[in-house]
Design a protein around this ligand. Structure first.
Ligand SMILES: Nc1ncnc2c1ncn2[C@@H]1O[C@H](COP(=O)(O)OP(=O)(O)O)[C@@H](O)[C@H]1O
Ligand SMILES: CC(=O)N[C@@H](CCC(=O)OP(=O)(O)O)C(=O)O
Length: 282
C-alpha cells in the first residue's frame, strides 16, 4: 500500500489518513462521453476535502461502434464480449487510445492533473483467461499498484483501462466493473461509485421504474432472483457484493449526468442507490 512507509514517520501517517478517504470511481462507457466539465471539476474539488479519486473506466458502446464500423461481428455471453484476436486489437485501441485519453483530456482541461494507464502498463492488472470459450476475456488474478502515495501527494488522478496481461505477455479484455471491484479492494477504498446512465437501481412497480435508494446484500440477491436486475447491472451488483464482503463500506450506483453527483455521494446525501451491509444502514 505505502511504498515509502518506513522512510518517514509523518509521510506514513499522512498516507494512512489519505488511504481512508480513497474513492474508486468506475466510469461506465454508457455515460463516459456525456460527463460535463462540472463533473470533472468536482473530482478535483474532492481532493481539497481530503478525498482521493482513482478512476477505472469502461467503453463498451464505443468498442461496439468501432467494431461495427470495421465490419467485425460482436457477440456477448452473460454480458461479456466474446473476444477473438481481431476484436482484442479494437478493444485495446478504443479503451487505451480513445476513452482513456478522453478522460485524461477532460481532467486536464478543467485544471486538474491525470495520468492515463492501461492495466497492461507495469502489469498493474495481472490477468488470466476467464473461460476459453470466450476467447481473450480475462479475470483479475492480482493487482500491482505501488505508486498510490506518489499520485496522492502530487494530486495526480490515475485513470486506468480494464485490460490485463499474463506472465507470457498475453493481453486480456476484462469487464470494467470487475476491474473496479478488484482495484477498490486492493487499494482498500472507502467507497466504490459506479457511474452509469441510470439514476440508480430500479424495480418495476405498476409499469414504472421505481428507484431503490438503499439496498443490502439480501435485497440485491432478491432483485437478481426476481429478474429486476439484469444485463449490465448484474456485474455491477456482483462487484458491489464482493466489495462489501471485503470491508468496503458502501457502493453507489449513480447517474453521472446528475448535477453535483460526486459531492452528494461524498456528503452522504441521498442520491442513486447506496448498497451497504444491513448493520451499517444509516
Ligand atoms: N434493475 C436495474 N436498475 C438499473 N439499471 C438496470 C437494471 N437492470 C438492468 N439495468 C441496465 O443496466 C444498465 C447499466 O449497465 P451498462 O449499460 O453496462 O452500463 P455502464 O456502461 O455504465 O457499465 C442500465 O442502463 C439499465 O439498462
Ligand atoms: C469482457 C468485456 O465485456 N469487456 C468489456 C470492457 C469494457 C467495459 O466493461 O465497458 P463498460 O463498463 O462500458 O461496460 C467490453 O469489451 O465491452
Amino acid at each position: 500500500m505505502n511504498t515509502f512507509g518506513s522512510m518517514h514517520r509523518i509521510a506514513h501517517k499522512e498516507t494512512v489518513k489519505n488511504d481512508k478517504k480513497l474513492v474508486l470511481l468506475k466510469i461506465g462507457g454508457s455515460v463516459l462521453n456525456e460527463l460535463t466539465d462540472r463533473f470533472y471539476r468536482e473530482m478535483i474539488e474532492m481532493m481539497d476535502d481530503g478525498w482521493f479519486p482513482v478512476i477505472v473506466h469502461g467503453g463498451g458502446p464505443s468498442i461496439t461502434m468501432m467494431l461495427e464500423q470495421l465490419g467485425i461481428q460482436s457477440s456477448f455471453v452473460n454480458g461479456l464480449r466474446v473476444t477473438d484476436k481481431e476484436t482484442l486489437q479494437v478493444v485495446e485501441m478504443v479503451l487505451n487510445g480513445k476513452e482513456n485519453k478522453e478522460i485524461v483530456r477532460k481532467i486536464q482541461a478543467v485544471g486538474g492533473n491525470a495520468v492515463g494507464l492501461s492495466g497492461i502498463d507495469h502489469g498493474i492488472i495481472q490477468a488470466e483467461c476467464l473461460d476459453p470459450s470466450l476467447g481473450y476475456v480475462g479475470k483479475v488474478k492480482s493487482i500491482s499498484f505501488p505508486w498510490l502515495s506518489i499520485f496522492q501527494t502530487q494530486k495526480i488522478i490515475p485513470v486506468i483501462s480494464p485490460l490485463g496481461i499474463d506472465r507470457y505477455g498475453q493481453v486480456f479484455n476484462i469487464n470494467a466493473d470487475m476491474v473496479a471491484q478488484a482495484l477498490a479492494v486492493h487499494l482498500q477504498a472507502k467507497k466504490l461509485v459506479m457511474i452509469s446512465d441510470t439514476p440508480g437501481i430500479y424495480q418495476m412497480e405498476k409499469g414504472e421504474k421505481k428507484i431503490i435508494h438503499q439496498l443490502d446484500p439480501q435485497g440485491v440477491e432478491r432483485l437478481i432472483a426476481e429478474g429486476e436486475i439484469s444485463k449490465g447491472m448484474i456485474p455491477k451488483v456482483q462487484a458491489a457484493l464482493h466489495c462489501l464482503e471485503t470491508g468496503i463500506e458502501e457502493v453507489y450506483v449513480v447517474d453521472g449526468r446528475m448535477q453535483g453527483v460526486l459531492s452528494k455521494v461524498l456528503d452522504g446525501d441521498q442520491i442513486g442507490t447506496r448498497i451497504c451491509k444491513a448493520e451499517v444502514v444509516l
